[in-house]
Design a protein around this ligand. Structure first.
Ligand SMILES: [Zn+2]
Length: 237
């Protein structure tokens, strides 16, 4: 679905991925779950574009609910996949993520698991080749994505800022709906490696003006970066 001109979202509040659509081609931010492939193809078709228009995939981090069909795009269609160097191991399966904490509420977790299963979550293929990026990089891709290091959820978590479409993609640097509890609203993301570090990392978002803040899980946020940051910090107390 179109959020704004040049800004498209696939999936839902459980798992979302995004497209930046420009005259120079398309940048994909995260690749969701393997089963999002069909919705991705449908979205391209609705735009009158095809796979040849996809110039690159930028992963906000290396977890399996974000790498989805990235390897398929890379292997079968030659699309490069960008990930922070500190998450390259995770994206390529060399190092599994830390095991998640015990679920406190089973319902929402099962909802997430069920959705993930239906979208082929267990079939997520690790990348065999990635382009390593760092904080401060501006990528030579449609929309000129800016890489903002956001370590904490994972060592190589990033936010991706695309001024051209007024969007800040935050991956799991924070969330607006916990996949663990099902509670909506800005808050720290569950299954985070280092919660304190993740909160401190949000400093890096100060001063960024973005009409849209788009987490990997939860509804898009349109209330501004500063207000979002304030609410996440409050929720963390
Ligand atoms: Zn996630």
């Amino acid at each position: 679905m179109e959020l704004a001109p040049g800004l498209h979202r696939i999936g839902n509040d459980i798992v979302a991925l995004h497209l930046v659509v420009t005259d120079d081609g398309i940048t994909l931010i995260d690749a969701g779950l393997p089963g999002h492939w069909r919705e991705f193809r449908q979205e391209l078709a609705s735009l009158g574009r095809d796979l040849a228009d996809v110039r690159g995939v930028v992963l906000t981090h290396g977890d399996s609910d974000h790498i989805g069909f990235a390897e398929r795009l890379r292997r079968d269609h030659g699309v490069p996949v960008y990930v922070h160097e500190a998450d390259a191991d995770r994206a390529t399966g060399a190092k599994p993520p830390a095991t998640p904490a015990d679920p406190r509420r089973l319902g929402p977790v099962l909802g997430f698991a069920w959705y993930a299963l239906r979208r082929g979550g267990l079939r997520a293929r690790h990348l065999t080749e990635v382009v390593r990026v760092r904080g401060g990089d501006i990528l030579d891709l449609p929309g000129s994505p800016h890489v903002v290091a956001l370590p904490g959820h994972s060592p190589g978590s990033i936010a991706v800022y695309v001024p051209e479409v007024g969007a800040l993609f935050v991956g799991d640097g924070l969330t607006t709906r916990s996949v663990l509890t099902g509670v909506s609203g800005p808050q720290p993301a569950p299954f985070t490696d280092d919660r304190e570090q993740a909160l401190r990392s949000l400093d890096a978002l100060d001063g960024i003006e973005a009409a849209w803040v788009l987490p990997g899980h939860g509804a898009p946020w349109t209330g501004g970066v500063a207000e979002l940051r304030r609410r996440v910090t409050d929720a963390a107390r």
